[in-house]
Ligand binder design. Structure first.
Ligand SMILES: Cc1ncc(COP(=O)(O)O)c(C=O)c1O
Length: 483
């Protein structure tokens, strides 16, 4: 495919964009229980206007865009106050949770290098910590120990964290809350260990950090997790989740500038302009900053509290319905706005496809270390109005999955379980894809592939997923679909 020879009218291009999105996951009615946090039309409108106003401004150089510096420092100040930090706390705006967590790990690595002379750093994290910490370990060449969790509460035991500490450990990680099951790790106890062992502790509040203080104010029991806990040295918190900002909006906060210094990259050792990058991105649109700042002013604390109240009510209603259904069970007692449920008598994944046919998106999660295959729901303020529609559909989907009882044949399960990364070849991949019923693109239903992935050793599932995306992102060879 080549760049189209001639341009088209604005209207034509807009129509093409609309057509391209026709089979995307519809999110606007709030029927999507992952990926999207919906604040409603007015919130979207404010965010879009603010975003477009600052679309082209470049946050690469805050000295020539004082507006962007103002937005960033004020957003960070609000985030610090929200998480009970003091005047010594500092932070930066980033493109998302992953970037915030990557930066916290990079800062910890370079801090430990300088202050403690650690050459081969290592970190300790619960297996429920978001995979972006494994990505950080992978990108920054840091060793890690994944600590198992209590299979009843899905929280890590602080003593297990302590037992995993080594002389070269630089950082402990805990979540408030963790994504998969929505529970909060015992952060005060882990922080006490971090202090006693003179270690840094990053609290991943990417998904819970913004919402949980509101839940606390609404009377829900919320474990202390923020800067009010001595020993917490950095926190990540996303605005593009429960602050309903457009994607590309998060902060990473530090207890002190002394630690944040190690996040910043500068280079005067090349022939171009002076590079001073506090975050991973260099050139970046002012759009996410402006939209986040605008929404904080538009909704205000009062608006967010109202949204949190709606989110809490929706979560409780859905969790209650799952508790009442004898065929499924909650994996953990939800402590935030996230729910994971599973079934013991039939495979759970077909529910995803059945719900999709009814217009809902619920998210499959593979089993791993004490967490069996399950379905995840991220609930937001828009869910509340849909609960009366959602619950009967969910009940019907559970019933249909139960009678379908879609299982992999025993020989196939045994074959999948016997796969190993050492013997995995392109031919193995081709055979697996044929078995899963995929042709060129995405499989019809997602259940067969998820059941298969769940039956493989996780290292092999990782290889399969890599190959799948390596195949998915290929250039169309035909004329443009738009022609
Ligand atoms: C706890 C937690 N940490 C980190 C992330 C990664 O955030 P992002 O997808 O914005 O990179 C997520 C995403 O859901 C999360 O829930």
């Amino acid at each position: 495919m080549r760049i189209p020879e001639r341009g088209r009218s604005r209207d034509e291009v807009m129509a093409l964009l609309e057509r391209a999105g026709a089979s995307d996951l519809p999110w606007r009615e709030g029927k999507t229980f992952a990926y999207v946090y919906e604040g409603g039309r007015d919130v979207e409108d404010v965010a879009k206007h603010a975003y477009m106003r600052y679309l082209t401004e470049n946050a690469l150089d805050p000295t020539v865009y004082p507006s962007l510096l103002k937005f960033e420092t004020e957003i960070v100040a609000m985030a610090i106050a929200h998480l009970r930090g003091d005047k010594d706390c500092v932070g930066n705006f980033t493109s998302g949770g992953t970037e915030s967590c990557l930066l916290a790990v990079k800062a910890a690595r370079d801090y430990a290098r300088k202050e403690r002379g650690i050459a081969e750093p290592h970190m300790v994290l619960p297996v429920t910590a978001h995979a972006c910490f494994q990505k950080a370990a992978h990108y920054f060449d840091i060793g890690m120990t994944l600590v198992p969790i209590n299979p009843q509460t899905f929280k890590v035991n602080p003593y297990d964290m302590e037992a995993a500490i080594r002389p070269e450990t630089i950082l402990l990680v805990a979540s408030a809350c963790q994504y998969a099951h929505g529970v909060i790790d015992p952060i005060p106890e882990i922080a006490a260990i971090a202090q006693r062992r003179n270690l840094l502790l990053h609290v991943d509040g990417c998904i819970g950090g913004f919402l949980l203080p509101y839940f606390r104010r609404l009377g829900a029991p919320v474990t202390d997790f923020d800067f009010a806990v001595p020993g917490v040295t950095s926190i990540s918190m996303d605005f593009h989740k429960y602050a309903y900002a457009p994607k590309g909006a998060s902060v990473v906060l530090y207890r002190s500038k002394a630690l944040r210094r190690h996040q910043i990259f500068t280079a005067a050792t090349w022939t171009g302009y002076s590079v001073i990058n506090p975050t991973i991105q260099s050139t970046k649109s002012g759009g996410p900053l402006a939209a986040t700042w605008a929404l904080l002013h538009y909704l205000g604390d009062e608006g967010y509290l109202r949204f949190a109240e709606r989110t809490l009510a929706a979560t409780r209603a859905i969790a209650d319905a799952i508790r009442r259904n004898p065929h499924v069970r909650l994996l953990a007692e939800p402590e935030s706005s996230l729910i994971a449920f599973t079934a013991d008598d039939f495979p759970i994944f077909p529910i995803v496809d059945i719900m999709r046919k009814r217009g809902w998106f619920v998210q499959p999660q593979l089993g791993y270390m004490g967490s069996k295959a399950n379905i995840h729901l991220s609930i937001d303020q828009s869910t509340l109005d849909l609960v009366p529609q959602f619950l009967p559909d969910l009940e019907a989907a559970i019933e249909a999955a139960r009678s379908a009882n879609l299982r992999l044949p025993e020989e196939m399960r045994a074959m999948l379980a016997s796969l190993s990364p050492e013997t995995f070849t392109p031919e193995t991949y081709r055979q697996l894809m044929a078995l899963a019923g995929t042709s060129d693109g995405l499989p019809e239903g997602t259940a067969p592939i998820n059941l298969m992935l769940d039956a493989m050793p996780p290292e092999v599932a990782g290889i399969v997923m890599t190959e799948f995306f390596n195949d998915l992102y290929v250039q169309p060879r035909e004329a443009p679909a738009a022609a």
